[in-house]
Design a binder for this molecule. Sequence first.
Ligand code: AMP
Length: 206
Amino acid sequence: MKLIFLGPPGAGKGTQALGVSSRLNVPHISTGNMLRAAVRNETPMGLAAKKFMDAGKLVPDEVLIEMVRERLSMVDCKPGYLLDGFPRTVEQAEALEQIASPDRVINIAVPDECLLDRLTGRRVCGKCSGTFHISKLTDPGVCPVCGWTLTHRDDDQPVTIRQRLKVYHEQTAPLIGYYEGKGKITTVNGDCPPEEVLASILAALE
Ligand code: AMP
């Protein structure tokens, strides 16, 4: 199964991808996680990408397309993939059609007014990639799943979040129409508890 999770920042794509990728036995490929690893490792690509990420802007298409092309050529992608955060532009979607066309697209819809609170309160585990809202944590610095340190992403600050939402509406939301045209997309309501979102996704994939 070749699957894409589409949705605005904070829609829960990463959280849902963790559960769905293990059920489908396909790798969860988050381009945001790959870029953050490149930034941490101070690779030339990471250093170049950082200024776009810090500004809440998209990293140029050619960088992302090559990164994803290389990742999808790896042996673990033979059974398929679950892409989270890619494509984010029509140009990236067109490139993906040439690399490995997706079978299905799940659009996780959440109103903008919920996203600001979700993102400002979001804490992320650097080890298991779990994502938690600060209001649900007893210790805001410790992952309740694996005990590792939780961090507040640099780009989860209000000014950057507003910019990321603007970019989403301008450059990524047009992909909903793009995949509707191909008859591949199902929209699920992401504005409800994670287990309900998961159930909707699994039902859509049946
Ligand atoms: P994410 O973790 O998916 O929210 O991505 C964090 C940041 O990484 C985004 O705000 C972009 O700057 C960059 N990024 C991730 N995926 C892409 C993509 N497909 N195209 C361009 N930039 C991306």
